[in-house]
Design a protein. Structure first.
Length: 308
């Protein structure tokens, strides 16, 4: 093996940060990140983005130097991603907030609606049901975060958590304010509408959980190799026959069901934003699958069977 020489340049200024001599050809990007970390202790591996091109995508940890389109003298570009935070911690913070914020409105704290007698009266039964469903959704997410999810990227920029929390926590407060308001009016079609919505909600939650378990099983034993997800014996996973990201399909279905159950405009707007964001994520993941796997099932769409 001929040792490689690796020049690390700043992605923006193109100035040389370091020159790594006698690097093994089978060295991984993770090992190169560790070498940079030794020279610059403030840049721990998780906050480093190593690229082949200044405007290109960050190289994955498991990629091997000799398999990259470089010669024995390689030029790589470095970008500081800033302070990082683990995805598990991110999700725990994001999902714990809505769970407790919702209760502030459900229990009608005096500082929320006031002390007027009519503002402390018993809520309509659907309000209790909505609280149970909302709580169940976020408790499920917390359980999945701890016991199910396996993250391909271990961290995210610390600054993003503020934006994410504003989104989840802010919407939780907005939804809860209207659903638990003393002047809230129940759905137009009464029990039939509520019961139908609850059944759909539970089915979508079960489907979402099933997909997360199936995706987690693809990465047993800590494997980070990307694989094509396929349906299993679990009927909820059969949506993989038609879409690349059925977890997003079920997630949108959950919020559509919650919208029907509560017949509340803020919930509908939140559902619409969820659908838009998840469609973007699904299209991106679908394109990644198509790019990486030549035998990827042609029938699949990103998020909605046969349509989108």
């Amino acid at each position: 093996f001929v040792p490689h020489q690796v020049e690390i340049l700043d992605w923006k200024t193109k100035k040389q940060l370091c020159f790594l001599d006698k690097v093994e050809p089978n060295a991984t990007i993770r090992e190169i990140r560790l070498m940079v970390h030794k020279l610059y202790p403030q840049w721990y591996p998780a906050r480093q983005s190593i690229k082949l091109d200044p405007k290109g995508k960050s190289l994955r940890n498991e990629e091997i130097l000799q398999h990259l389109p470089v010669g024995t003298t390689a030029t790589l570009y470095f970008k500081d991603l800033g302070p990082q935070i683990g995805w598990t911690t991110v999700f725990l913070i994001e999902y714990t907030g809505p769970l407790f914020i919702y209760f502030l409105f459900y229990f009608r704290m005096p500082f929320v609606y006031g002390l007027d007698e009519r503002f402390t009266s018993s809520p309509h039964p659907v309000v209790n049901l909505a609280c149970i469903c909302h709580s169940f959704h976020y408790i499920k997410r917390l359980i999945e975060t701890v016991f199910v999810h396996r993250f391909s990227h271990g961290t995210m920029p610390l600054r993003n958590i503020v934006k994410n929390c504003l989104y989840y926590w802010g919407f939780a407060a907005w939804l809860a304010y209207y659903i638990n308001h003393p002047l809230y009016t129940p759905p137009s079609y009464g029990k039939k509408q509520i019961n139908f919505a609850v059944i759909m909600f539970l089915l979508c939650e079960a489907g979402n959980f099933s997909i997360h378990v199936a995706l987690s099983d693809l990465r047993r034993n800590g494997s980070k190799t990307r694989k094509i997800p396929y349906p299993t014996k679990n009927p909820f996973t059969w949506l993989f026959f038609f879409v690349s990201c059925p977890n997003y399909t079920y997630e949108v279905g959950t919020w559509i069901s919650f919208t029907v159950m509560t017949q509340c405009v803020p919930v509908g707007l939140f559902t619409l934003l969820c659908f838009i964001q998840m469609t973007i994520w699904a299209k991106d993941k679908h394109c990644t699958y198509l790019r990486e796997f030549k035998d990827y099932p042609s029938l699949r769409m990103p998020i909605i069977p046969f349509l989108l």
